[in-house]
Design a binder for this molecule. Structure first.
Ligand code: NFE
Length: 480
């Protein structure tokens, strides 16, 4: 008979994800993911001035406020008819701000949210508590990795300092607005950024990548665990021209379904709610979806909706982005289909981090000191807009409907909503639920294997569900 294993919460920070797995014969045979907080930001935004959006949505999450702000600004660019008008400096400054947060976020994930599932640490805060496990790194490599955990805190600070050079502050940066960026471009900022970026890049190439390769070498079997649905989607990232979501990007957008690469068609995106704590019968399309919470719905088991692409379950994230962009480094580290795995997700994130760091050095040199960064704009009486771009954890889209100069409908479909989604209207489990099935569990009382699979996705439930009401009971727990 199967044993039910519940890990709640399974995320180290980033909101509260709970999983429930049926384990039989030492393996997971079924899994369910539950987002335990209600998301309400879209309802709060209704009736607001549309220009509030890029500020408000940054409060969705303090790990990726920048990408939410950017998705809102891209949606407002679209709604305000500004596509094609963003000055080059504005486009580049936006990319630098997005890039700086990506560097911070990937380093955060590997060292501070995931590494202690592979690296055994001294019995000292903040390194404990830790799961008992098959920690396999050679002693010297393990000891160095513990040092790198601490060094990574400093490096993240440098990445955020670089972000603040252009965005004024973080979290809640002010450097990405509809029409471009309000930041002035001058040589002092460029030089300061180059100095900071060089230190961050050195850490990525000489510490982060080697540490990920050491983990990949010691945990080879994990390149065949947590495989998942093998359908992927990316919105791409970092606009290289002025043509909106379908223009040239540093990473192209696209899909990979049933082994076939294809072009992205955003009209194929829809959301199901049969197993979510929302009233049934809402329209599936992102421009129409307005939720009504139904916390006691019998079929429901999560606050996350179930986004699907043309009815397909798709995984999003750095693995999807690099795979669809045919990244040679990822494919050389993990040949064949080994990238569809726990190790594949960590490796893709590290390669992504290095790619973006090196590209940022070029982008800094493409700025024109003193040049324009923003175009003036006005709120239209009626309009719709879509802003899609990969956030650190994958495909992030914001959709806005403006009526009488105010927000009528707002909808954010975020990476973790895709990855940690529940079953859809056709009963298909979400990507993380599928990745958990087949995972070996040596000890149901110490399910470190489940933790490794889930954390490889870098789930962020703050992004996926956003809000808790103060009168709701909050449980006290200890995460390790
Ligand atoms: Ni809260 Fe986020 C990212 C977004 S993940 S971290 O990256 O969007 O769902």
């Amino acid at each position: 008979m199967a044993t039910k294993v519940v890990v709640d919460p399974i995320t180290r920070i980033e909101g509260h994800l709970s999983i429930e797995c049926d384990v039989d014969g030492g393996k997971v045979i079924d899994a369910r993911t539950t987002g335990t907080l209600f998301r309400g930001w879209e309802l709060i935004l209704q009736g607001h001035d549309p220009r509030d959006a890029q500020d408000y949505v940054q409060r969705i999450c303090s790990v990726c406020p920048v990408t939410h702000g950017a998705a809102a600004a891209f949606a407002l660019d679209d709604a305000f008819g500004l596509t094609g008008q963003i000055p080059e400096n504005g486009r580049i400054v936006r990319n630098l701000i997005l890039g700086a947060n990506l560097l911070h976020s990937h380093i955060l994930h590997f060292y501070h949210l995931a590494a202690l599932d592979y690296v055994t640490a001294p019995n000292l805060p903040p390194l404990v508590p830790q799961y008992a496990g098959d920690y396999r790194l050679p002693a010297a490599v393990n000891a160095a990795a513990v040092q790198h955990y601490l060094q990574a805190l400093e490096i993240r600070k440098l990445a955020h300092t670089m972000l603040a050079v252009w965005g004024g502050r973080i979290p809640g940066q002010r450097g990405i607005v509809p029409g471009g960026s309000p930041a002035n471009v001058d040589t002092e900022k460029i030089v300061q950024s180059k100095f900071l970026l060089a230190q961050v890049t050195d850490f990525i190439d000489n510490v982060y990548i080697p540490d990920v390769l050491a983990v990949a070498g010691a945990y080879k079997d994990w390149a065949a665990i947590g495989v998942g649905c093998k359908n992927l989607m990316t919105y791409g990232g970092f606009p290289m021209d002025n043509n909106g979501w379908n223009g040239k990007r540093f990473y192209s957008n696209g899909v990979y379904i049933n082994g076939q690469a294809g072009a992205l068609d955003p009209t194929q995106i829809g959301e199901d709610v049969q197993y979510s704590w929302y009233k049934d019968g809402i329209p599936k399309g992102p421009y129409q979806s307005v939720i009504t919470p139904e916390p006691y719905k019998a079929a429901g088991y999560t606050w996350l909706k179930s986004p699907r692409y043309d009815g397909n379950v798709v995984e999003v994230g750095p693995l999807a982005k690099l795979w669809i962009n045919n990244n040679a480094t990822l494919k050389s580290i993990l040949p064949g289909e080994a990238a569809f795995s726990v190790i594949g997700r960590h490796a893709a994130r590290a390669v992504d981090c290095s790619n973006v760091a090196h590209a940022m050095a070029d982008w800094l040199m493409q700025l024109t000191p003193g040049g324009p960064t923003c175009v003036p704009n006005e709120v239209p009486q009626h309009a719709e807009g879509m802003g899609i771009n990969d956030a650190e954890r994958g495909a992030l889209g914001h959709w806005i409907v403006i009526d009488n100069w105010k927000i009528q409908i707002y909808n954010a479909i975020v990476p973790t909503t895709w990855n940690a989604s529940p079953r859809d209207d056709n009963g298909q489990p979400g990507p993380m639920e599928q990745a958990l099935v087949g995972t070996p569990v040596a000890d149901v009382n110490n399910p470190i294997e489940l933790v490794r699979v889930v954390r490889s996705f870098d789930p962020c439930l703050a992004c996926a569900i956003h809000l808790i009401t103060p009168d709701r009971k909050v449980r006290k727990f200890r995460v390790y």
